[in-house]
Unconditional design. Structure first.
Length: 429
């Protein structure tokens, strides 16, 4: 009788519900109970905001100097060419090195690069060739930093909290994408580009402090891989991907979207300047609206309990269709709305591809498989950035972006046909 009366008591039920609501809300942040990840995550919000500020400033600076979409595409190509050439070997290093120490080195190097960039602009000594050299240096750093940082997440949180940690990382990335470009646009218009670059350099300091304060004993460090020929170890990772249909499907989709879709440092400045005729502040707003949609998607994904190939492919398809609509839009307000939804679909795709790949990857191959992901998502940018810049100069910005969107749609459909033919469409974790 006591149990029945308590269960039927509306006050008791309300109290129970009140306890459940906060618990459900906090489930989306469960990876933050890991001390090391908590340190890293908060510092990343600050640092990534600075990175987006520099991305906005660099693109606007190139357009100010040259007024050419091709030049902007070339700078992007130069920045990401080292990733194309070195990312796979960066993955071998990620499997071999103490990741915490490696990231300390790459983040310190990025800070120095940003200070030099800001100093050149502040003293009015900047030239286009300086930007090319600095972009190439940043690309070399990224080739090691990106696969190492991605593989380091599982060491901070373990496999159980990995999906949530990756979603929270994306949340930080996209919160920074909202804040960084908006601040950069205002500073560029009101003060100048140099201050934007110097602020970015300063934002690396919290990351360095966080890495130094980590509890190394709490890290889930895998056993060191066997020594061997780096090229042979790269081929081991590629061979594993080739014979695993779910992983190969991820790579097909990532390759086409990474090459022709995820080139925002080229596409958005071109849209802002040549199609929508906006200033640096307008560019910052475009990037922020893309970030708003992405942030909403990242938060939603943080509460998801599973990831699947179906979700990945739907996200990629939605991104591609909305990309085509953005390419055709001539109305600023409409473009903002389309970019927000496009950002939502793009992050569903990006988080799902990253999470599913890390969960499918064996521990001893994770760094190498993540380096392939980086190569296809980031390292393909030189080709994509160059082609977008070239097509924009030849056919106009809108036509160039629409062609790229159609290629993305075709690639996603090809990936869907492939995975269906191998019976792996229902793969989920």
């Amino acid at each position: 009788m006591t149990t029945d009366s308590q269960s039927s008591d509306p006050l008791s039920g309300s109290a129970s519900s009140a306890k459940l609501v906060p618990r459900r809300l906090t489930q989306g942040f469960r990876a933050l109970h890991n001390y090391n990840f908590r340190l890293f995550w908060w510092s990343q919000i600050v640092s990534l905001s600075g990175t987006w500020m520099q991305t906005t400033a660099q693109s606007w600076l190139v357009l100010q100097i040259t007024g050419s979409g091709l030049s902007l595409g070339l700078v992007t190509a130069v920045q990401f060419l080292p990733v194309t050439l070195l990312a796979l070997y960066g993955g071998v290093l990620a499997d071999r090195l103490r990741k915490q120490r490696a990231i300390l080195f790459t983040q310190a190097a990025s800070m120095i690069q940003a200070f030099i960039f800001g100093g050149l602009v502040a003293t009015d000594h900047i030239a286009l060739w300086h930007i090319y050299v600095l972009a190439a240096i940043q690309g070399i750093i990224t080739a090691v930093d990106n696969p190492t940082r991605q593989a380091f997440v599982v060491e901070m949180v373990g496999r159980d909290d990995l999906p949530n940690a990756l979603a929270l990382n994306s949340t930080a990335f996209n919160a920074a994408r909202i804040v960084g470009p908006s601040i950069a646009g205002i500073i560029i218009d009101q003060v100048g580009i140099a201050l934007t670059l110097i602020i970015n350099a300063v934002t690396f300091i919290p990351v360095l402090i966080a890495l130094l304060r980590m509890d190394t004993l709490a890290l889930h460090t895998p056993p060191p891989p066997r020594k061997g020929n780096p090229t042979k170890q790269v081929m081991e990772g590629l061979a594993y991907a080739w014979r695993t249909p779910a992983i190969l499907t991820i790579f097909i989709a990532v390759a086409v979207i990474g090459t022709f879709g995820y080139n925002f440092s080229v596409t958005l400045p071109l849209l802002a300047d040549f199609v929508l005729h906006k200033t640096a502040a307008g560019l910052g707003t475009l990037m922020s609206f893309l970030g708003i949609g992405s942030l909403i998607a990242a938060m939603a994904t943080a509460y998801a309990k599973t990831v699947s190939l179906k979700r990945l492919l739907w996200g990629a398809f939605g991104f591609s269709v909305l990309f085509a609509m953005v390419a055709l839009s001539r109305v600023y307000v409409l473009s903002l709305g389309l970019l927000a939804v496009m950002g939502f679909c793009g992050i569903i795709f990006a988080i799902t591809s990253n999470t599913l790949l890390q969960l499918l990857a064996p521990d001893e191959l994770r760094g190498r498989l993540m380096s392939v992901h980086v190569l296809l998502f980031v390292g393909s940018t030189p080709l994509g950035g160059f082609l977008i810049g070239l097509f924009s100069d030849l056919f106009g910005v809108s036509t160039a972006l629409f062609i790229c969107a159609l290629i993305c749609i075709a690639g996603v459909l090809a990936a869907t046909v492939y995975v269906r033919s191998h019976g792996a469409l229902d793969t989920q974790r």
